[in-house]
Design a protein around this ligand. Structure first.
Ligand code: NAD
Length: 499
């Protein structure tokens, strides 16, 4: 059986704890590998390697650090096909979507190639008589990233590319469900010339996460995962004196105005609700048609579109989406479908009981559609994270704005309309962090930044873009005066002003 090991100090290292977890192939339901689950002793080894390497890496000029990013990008591009297949075989998403996962991460690497420009400081000449003030951004030192299963390439690269380019050492604790691609990324960074100890991977579960949160040598922690864990990570990390950003779950709404182009909207909704089996924090699992007539017209078009969806194995080039990540997650999604029915929502399409011939043990879930879902239902309030689309009917624009605004999550939202005035007002008023206007999955490009509001993110800085540069660096401000000779000035017992 293949063993996935830590990547510490530039080499594969076995976990010292003796604990391990199974890695499944969701397409077949079979165990395909094992990953060692580490603890404090493994983390200590990674910290020692990081401490040995980081000062010299921070002293490398930013242009040379950027060249490592350029080299890494080329290596990943050359290996795109095999990386995508490895990713798909552990996650379950289709190979074309796995390539998107990797490419979205490479977009951040491209952004990080501009680090010499991004790290230029501020300078004020003559802030007072003979006094200049300048600010510089210096790396935190050692940072850690704790990432979810659903984007095993993109999210580690959101964090690591910026952290490393800024001069930090970065320790990644990827999801134990699909840890192989993160390790391969670390190997490719080494091949691109990154010194050993600057990008390391330690595997594990809560035990390793707690070791990271408590370790005094780690200055910053970036987390992405579900909201309860995000809040826990945020609280414990901050209590230990660290800088923490912790992104959580989501329940993104798509508002459909009466004037929307319904054919385009239905095409967009199907991709956004069912792509990657709904296992995206920027999936669109709630659709809010405004007005009864819009709801009926939308539903009539959605049903045949959903029934035409093709669920298949990850390597099927014609499949729209593949299996979900584990048998437990499949069972959880199916329980939510039952809860929806028990709560009184109308099951229009029920995806339970779906099997794929020849892959009967795979973790497949057919697409589901519910109508007449209401805000009181727990199946609306909570994240299902599966191929389930819920229609929540609104009678007015005001009601439609209020639904995502009042929801506990505030990651993304979209509005479908031809009315620019309504779209503009919606974008201004809605209480959500990322907004799409006729764009179903408004994931910002790498040089902007990614982050939700409310229980979708704890802490302040977003991921990547200048927000990422700010998260992974601290500001130092220098006020200087060079004596020009002449008379000594008297001591001043008044707070200095530039008056
Ligand atoms: P998860 O919260 O189960 O796991 C995330 C990380 O936390 C993993 O590395 C895991 O090992 C670790 N972890 C799990 N249980 C823990 C515990 N009790 N204590 C400490 N650490 C623990 O999330 P997941 O199932 O891997 O990913 C799906 C979730 O991530 C969804 O809720 C999704 O919305 C969210 N997500 C959010 C974003 C975002 O940017 N907001 C992006 C992607 C995914």
């Amino acid at each position: 059986m293949r063993e996935v090991e830590h990547f510490i100090g530039g080499a594969s290292v076995r976990s010292s704890s003796g604990r391990a977890a199974d890695i499944f192939d969701p397409n077949t339901g079979q165990i395909q590998a094992r990953v060692g689950l580490g603890g404090a002793a493994d983390l200590d080894a990674a910290i020692s390697a990081a401490q040995a390497a980081q000062p010299a890496w921070a002293a490398v000029n930013p242009q040379r650090r950027a060249r490592v990013m350029f080299g890494f990008k080329q290596l990943v591009e050359a290996e795109m096909e095999s990386l995508a297949r490895l990713l798909a075989s552990e996650h379950g998403k289709v190979v074309s979507d796995a390539k998107g996962d990797i490419q979205r991460g490479l977009d951040v690497v491209e952004f990080a190639c501009g680090i010499p420009h991004l790290l230029k400081g501020d300078y004020t000449e003559g802030a007072g008589p003979g006094i200049d003030v300048y600010s510089m951004r210096q790396p935190i030192g050692i940072g850690a990233g704790i990432t979810p299963f659903n984007f095993p390439a993109m999210i580690p690269l959101w964090m690591s590319a910026v952290a490393i380019a800024c001069g930090n050492a970065f320790i990644l604790k990827p999801s134990e469900r699909d840890p192989s691609v993160p390790v391969r990324l670390a190997e490719l960074f080494k091949a691109a010339g990154l010194p050993d100890g600057i990008f390391q991977v330690v595997h594990g579960d809560k035990e390793m996460v707690d070791a990271i949160l408590d370790h005094p040598a780690i200055g910053a922690v970036s987390f992405v995962g579900s909201s309860d864990i995000a809040q826990y990570v945020y609280s414990r990390g901050v209590a230990a004196g660290k800088r923490v950003q912790a992104m959580g779950g989501a329940k993104n709404h798509g508002i459909v105005m009466p004037d929307a182009d319904l054919d385009q909207t239905v095409a967009d909704l199907c991709g956004a609700a069912f792509g990657s089996a709904g296992e995206r924090c920027m999936a669109l699992p709630v659709v809010v048609p405004v007005g009864a007539d819009t709801a009926e017209r939308l539903k009539a078009k959605l049903i045949p579109a959903i029934e035409a969806l093709r669920v298949g194995v990850s390597t099927d080039p014609d499949a729209h989406y593949g299996p979900v990540v584990t048998a437990d997650h499949k069972a959880r999604i199916e329980r939510w479908i039952q809860t929806g029915i028990d709560e009184g929502a109308e099951p229009v399409v029920d995806g339970r009981g779906f099997t794929l011939q020849g892959h009967e043990d795979g973790f497949f879930v057919g697409p589901s559609l519910f109508d007449h879902v209401t805000p009181e239902m727990s199946s609306y309030r909570e994240e299902i994270f599966g191929p389930v689309l819920q229609i929540v009917r609104a009678s007015s624009f005001e009601e439609a704005v209020a639904l995502p605004s009042g929801h506990q999550y505030g990651n993304g939202v979209a509005i479908f309309t031809r009315n620019g005035d309504a779209a503009r007002e919606f974008a201004q008023r809605v209480n959500v962090g990322m907004v799409g206007i006729n764009v179903p999955i408004p994931v910002p490009v790498a040089y902007h930044s990614f982050g939700g509001w409310k229980r979708s993110a704890f802490g302040d800085h977003n991921q990547h873009g200048m927000e990422g540069v700010h998260f992974w660096t601290k500001v130092k401000t220098i006020t200087q005066r060079w004596p020009g000779g002449g008379a000594v000035t008297d001591s001043s017992f008044v707070i200095p002003t530039m008056a």
